[in-house]
Write a protein that binds this ligand. Structure first.
Ligand code: NAD
Length: 359
C-alpha cells in the first residue's frame, strides 16, 4: 500500500509521527506499506503559497490511502479565503471524491467518566456513523440569497436544495450495509421522510437494498428521534447511515458522547475504498509543539486505514487492541487524564502502544 502522510499544522506533525511509528511496526511484521510525505494546510501556504499544492495533489492521486493530521491555526486566519488551510482540506476531499465518511464513536470502559452522560448509559458504547459527504443540501443547486416579493413585502430570501440521486443513495447504502456486516449486523437508516420528499427517496432506496444483505437487520428512524435516542439510549445503535446534513449533526453528537476528542478517528472513502484518514479533532494550536497531544485518534485512524483501504482486518484489530491495552494499563494524555492514572506525553503514549503491539 502506498500511504501519503500529510502531517499538516499545529499538533499534526506530532500525532501523525506516532501513527506512522505504529504502522512501521506492522511493516516490520510483514504488512507491506510505503510512506511518502507531503504538505497540506498552513504549512503548505508557507512553503508554496497554496494550501493544496499541485505536488501534494499528484502524490494524493497516486496513493492508496492518505493519513492526515490536522490543518489550520490563528496565523493563517486573516489570509484571503482561497489561501486558508481549510481550503486545502476541502480541496483534497473534493478531488479524491471521498463520499463516505465513517466516524466511529467508541467509549472505552476505562474512560466512561469522561462522558457527560452517566457511565452506565455510555460504558461500552460502540457506534459507527456513516455520513454521505459530497451531496445533499450542502451541495444542491439552485441555492442563493436574493430579493423577492413575499407575503411580508419585498425582501431578501435565502434558499437551498436538498437533493439526492438514487445512485448516490445506493453507493453510501452499500458502504453502510457492508460496514454493518463486519460489525454487529444492525443498520439504522436516518431520514425525515414524514416531511421531506428527498428523504422519502432515501428511505425507499435503502429499503430496496435490504434483500441483498439478508444477514443485516435494517431499521429506520426519523432524525429528530435519532438525536434524542443518541443521548437517551445510545447503545441501541450499531451502524447508522444518513445524509450529509443529518450526518454532520448526529456524528458530532455521537462523538461527544465519548467526551474525549483526542480519541476519535475518522475515514472518508471513495467507491474503491481509497481513503483519507484523520482524527476528528483540529490542530489544537494551544498545545502544539509541547509534546502533550493525544495521538490515539490518529493511531485509531491508521487502524481504520488498515481495515478499509488495506482490507487487513487482523492488522486493524491488532492496533485497536493495543490501544485498549494501554488504556487498561492506565496510560493517559492530559485530555483524558484522571487522578490515579499515569499521565504521559505524545511520544510516551506512542511508545506504550508500540510496546503493547509487540507484546
Ligand atoms: P481543536 O480540535 O483543534 O481543539 C479543541 C480543543 O481540544 C483544544 O483545547 C485542544 O487543545 C483540544 N484537543 C484537540 N485535539 C487534541 C488532542 N489530540 N489531544 C489533546 N487535546 C486536544 O479545535 P479548535 O481549537 O476549534 O481549532 C483549532 C484549529 O484547528 C483551527 O484552525 C481550526 O480551523 C482547525 N481545525 C481543523 C480540523 C481538521 O484539520 N480536520 C478540524 C477542526 C478544526
Amino acid at each position: 500500500m502506498k500511504i501519503l502522510v500529510l502531517p499538516g499544522d499545529g499538533i499534526g506533525p506530532e500525532i501523525t509521527a506516532e501513527a506512522v511509528r505504529v504502522l512501521e511496526v506492522l511493516c516490520a511484521d510483514g504488512v507491506k506499506m510505503e510512506f511518502e510525505e507531503g504538505l497540506l494546510g498552513g504549512c503548505a501556504v508557507d512553503g508554496t503559497g497554496k494550501p493544496y499544492p499541485e505536488a501534494t495533489s499528484r502524490l494524493a492521486r497516486d496513493a492508496d490511502a492518505i493519513l492526515l493530521g490536522a490543518v489550520g491555526g490563528p496565523q493563517w486566519d486573516t489570509l484571503p479565503r482561497e489561501q486558508r488551510p481549510e481550503r486545502g482540506l476541502l480541496g483534497i476531499r473534493a478531488e479524491l471524491g471521498v463520499f463516505a465518511n465513517l466516524r466511529p464513536a467508541i467509549l472505552y470502559p476505562e474512560l466512561a467518566n469522561a462522558s457527560s452522560l452517566k457511565p452506565e448509559v455510555v460504558s461500552g458504547l460502540d457506534i459507527l456513523i456513516v455520513r454521505e459527504l459530497t451531496g445533499d443540501i450542502y451541495f444542491g443547486q439552485p441555492r442563493g440569497i436574493e430579493e423577492r416579493e413575499t407575503q411580508w413585502g419585498r425582501q431578501k430570501v435565502g434558499w437551498n436544495t436538498m437533493i439526492y440521486a438514487e445512485e448516490e443513495i445506493r453507493r453510501i447504502g452499500k458502504v453502510a450495509f457492508e460496514a454493518a456486516r463486519k460489525r454487529g449486523k444492525r443498520l439504522c437508516s436516518v431520514d425525515k421522510m414524514n416531511v421531506l420528499e428527498c428523504t422519502q427517496l432515501w428511505r425507499d432506496t435503502i429499503t430496496a437494498m435490504a434483500p441483498q444483505y439478508p444477514d443485516v437487520e435494517l431499521s429506520h428512524m426519523l432524525v429528530d428521534n435519532a438525536a434524542m435516542q443518541l443521548v437517551r439510549a445510545p447503545k441501541q445503535f450499531d451502524v447508522v447511515v444518513t445524509g450529509n446534513m443529518f450526518g454532520d449533526i448526529l456524528s458530532d453528537e455521537a462523538s461527544m458522547l465519548t467526551g474525549s476528542i483526542g480519541m476519535l478517528p475518522s475515514a472518508s472513502l471513495d467507491a474503491n475504498n481509497k481513503g483519507l484518514y484523520e482524527p476528528s479533532h483540529g490542530s489544537a494550536p494551544d498545545i502544539a509543539g509541547q509534546g502533550v497531544a493525544n495521538p490515539l485518534a490518529t493511531i485509531l485512524s491508521a487502524a481504520m486505514l488498515l481495515r478499509y483501504s488495506g482490507n487487513n482486518e487482523a492488522a486493524a484489530l491488532r492496533v485497536e487492541n493495543a490501544v485498549k491495552r494501554v488504556l487498561a494499563q492506565g496510560y493517559r494524555t492530559g485530555d483524558i487524564y484522571e487522578p490515579g492514572t499515569n499521565r504521559v506525553g505524545t511520544r510516551e503514549m506512542g511508545d506504550a502502544v508500540i510496546a503493547a503491539l509487540k507484546a
